[in-house]
Design a protein around this ligand. Structure first.
Ligand code: BV8
Length: 240
């Protein structure tokens, strides 16, 4: 595995919620702890759910924003930023919406599912600035400044919503073109992100999976590394 790492010229890292777990951000399925245990995440993270219970969904995202605001990038995020520095052709494709990879110093991150720190109008999808949200924080969710029927919503991709076509196209091209894909902390259950490893493999990439649990992808990868990302990634980058 180490030789494959050293010889790799075009590395892609496909990152899931597990990468942020050691920063204290519950993974998507674990996120339903406490207050949220009684809600189906697919309901909370969907346009139908927001339409039906806008205040509940808005408050869920406010709770997650507060978790992210208190969190720090962990050694796994920093190792990936270092990897990009040492191998500038590396592409980071993230399913996470927490922005921690950017806070670890990465400039170029393909955020397949958006970023919960950004807020848009639910009708026009135009960005809503922080000042407006602060001035209208008495309402949950705040109204939109752009459309009489619009509401503030997080700029994330909900279940049943299409990914940003340009972002996904870049992720497809990077996956097709890479010679090594690191699959980090993802259950490999959410599509179309979960299709990227096999797309890479079909085009000759070797696959290394870093995850303490086996996943839907484990039997297809070249190496399965049963380790947390905060301990595996620094080791991996140091060995380059
Ligand atoms: C689309 C943003 C089409 C929101 C997310 C029926 C109806 C509708 C759609 C579908 C359907 N059936 C299938 C679909 C497609 C659907 C889908 O894939 N569903 C699955 C669940 C079956 N996908 C979609 O809806 C996508 N859109 O298909 O649109 C379309 C096309 C054109 C026009 C219109 C529509 C949109 C999917 C994106 C959904 N949004 N996030 C938010 O976050 O609030 S997905 C969300 O869940 C996360 O972003 C993340 O991607 C995903 C969870 O996945 P993981 O990241 O893997 O996290 P998970 O918790 O699952 O696993 C964590 C892993 O980490 C575990 O393996 C664990 O072992 C490991 N781990 C834990 N600790 C560590 C660790 N690893 C390393 N170190 C550690 N310390």
């Amino acid at each position: 595995m180490i030789d494959t790492l050293r010889d790799a010229e075009r590395i892609v890292a496909l990152c899931g919620a597990g990468l942020s777990a050691e920063s204290g951000i519950p993974t998507f399925r674990e996120a339903q702890t406490g207050l949220w245990a009684k809600h189906d995440p697919m309901t909370l993270a969907s346009p139908e759910g927001f339409e039906r219970q806008p205040e509940l969904v808005w408050r869920w995202y406010q709770w997650r924003r507060s978790l992210v605001a208190r969190a720090e990038p962990n050694a796994g995020h920093h190792a990936l930023a270092e990897l990009q520095h040492r191998r500038p052709a590396t592409r980071l494709i993230s399913q996470n919406v927490d922005g921690l990879q950017q806070r670890a110093g990465s400039e170029d991150v393909l955020e397949l599912h958006g970023n919960l720190s950004r807020t848009i109008c639910s009708r026009t999808r135009k960005r809503i600035d922080r000042q407006w949200l602060n001035d209208h924080s008495d309402l949950s969710p705040p109204p939109s400044p752009y459309h009489p029927d619009g509401r503030a919503r997080p700029e994330v991709v909900w279940f049943g919503e299409a990914l940003d076509p340009d972002t996904f196209q870049q992720a497809v091209e990077a996956s097709r073109d890479c010679d090594l894909m690191l699959i980090i902390g993802t259950s490999g259950l959410v599509h179309p992100a979960a299709s990227l490893p096999l797309l890479g493999q079909e085009n000759g990439a070797r696959l290394i999976e870093i995850n303490p649990q086996r996943t839907a992808l484990t039997e297809r990868v070249d190496w399965y590394w049963p380790q947390t990302s905060a301990s595996a990634l620094p080791t991996l980058v140091q060995s380059l």
